[in-house]
Design a protein around this ligand. Structure first.
Ligand code: ADE
Length: 223
C-alpha cells in the first residue's frame, strides 16, 4: 500500500510513523508513506495556503491551488483508489471501514486546518470524507495518523502473529475479553481458574461469554 499525505505540518507524523507496527510495516516494504508539505505548492511569496472566506466571517479557508496542484501531480504519476479528506463531518471511522480501506493500493489523505478547505476541492477531488470521532481536533494530522494506524496494522504480514489482528476488539463484532499474565496471584487478586486449567474448549467458551458480557455492558447497540 502507498499512502500520500498532504499536510502543512509534515513533522507531526515523525513520531507515529517511526515506531512500533507502522515502522515495522515500512521496513517490511508492506507500506510506503509519503508526506507532502502543501506549502511547497504555494505560488505565493510568503508560502500562504489560506485566505479569507468569501462572504466574510471568522477564520481562514485553505485555498484550492496548492492542494489541487499537489493532487494533480500525484495523480499524473499513478492511479489512486481514494482521495480521503479528514474532517469531523465525515463518515465515522469504525473497524469495517478500516478493514475495507486496508485493501486499497494507493491512497491520498488530505489534512485540513483553519475553517476548512475550499468546497470545490471537496466537490471535485475528494472521494471519501472520514471523521475519527464526534469532536473537533486542531487539524486533520492526528486523525490521519489514527486512520493510517487502523489500516496498516491489519494488512496481512504486518503483525507477525496472523491471528492477532483478527482477534482485536470489533473484528468479530464483539469487544475483546479480559486478558491476564503472570503472576497468577498478585496480592490476592487471582486470575480466573479456567485460564489456568489448560482446558482449551472451556477457555474458548469463557472468553466468548466474557466478550458478549462486555459488549452488552459497554456497547449495547452492537449485540
Ligand atoms: N479534523 C478535525 N477534527 C477531526 C476529526 N474528529 N476527525 C477527522 N478529522 C478531523
Amino acid at each position: 500500500m502507498r499512502i500520500d499525505i498532504l499536510t502543512i505540518f509534515p513533522e507531526m507524523f515523525d513520531g507515529p510513523f517511526s515506531h512500533s507496527i507502522i515502522k515495522r510495516a515500512k521496513e517490511k516494504g508492506l507500506v510506503e508513506i509519503h508526506l507532502h508539505d502543501i506549502r511547497d505548492y504555494s505560488t505565493n511569496k510568503h508560502k500562504r495556503v489560506d485566505d479569507y472566506p468569501f462572504g466574510g466571517g471568522a477564520g481562514m479557508v485553505m485555498m484550492i491551488e496548492p492542494i489541487a496542484d499537489c493532487i494533480d501531480k500525484l495523480k499524473a504519476e499513478r492511479e489512486y483508489d481514494e482521495v480521503i479528506f479528514l474532517t469531523p463531518d465525515g463518515e465515522l471511522l469504525d473497524q469495517p471501514c478500516a478493514n475495507k480501506l486496508s485493501l486499497l493500493n494507493n491512497v491520498i489523505m488530505l489534512c485540513g486546518h483553519y475553517k476548512g478547505i475550499d468546497e470545490r476541492l471537496r466537490q471535485h477531488y475528494i472521494t471519501k470524507e472520514i471523521s475519527i470521532g464526534d469532536y473537533v481536533l486542531s487539524g486533520g494530522e492526528l486523525a490521519a495518523a489514527v486512520l493510517c494506524d487502523s489500516m496498516i496494522r491489519i494488512i496481512p504480514g504486518v503483525i507477525g502473529d496472523e491471528t492477532s489482528a483478527l482477534s482485536d476488539s470489533f473484528q468479530d463484532g464483539l469487544i475483546s475479553p479480559p486478558v491476564y499474565t503472570r503472576p497468577a496471584d498478585y496480592k490476592g487478586w487471582k486470575v480466573p481458574d479456567v485460564l489456568l486449567s489448560g482446558h482449551e474448549k472451556n477457555i474458548d467458551e469463557w472468553r466468548h461469554e466474557q466478550a458478549v458480557k462486555r459488549t452488552k455492558e459497554r456497547r449495547p447497540g452492537m449485540v
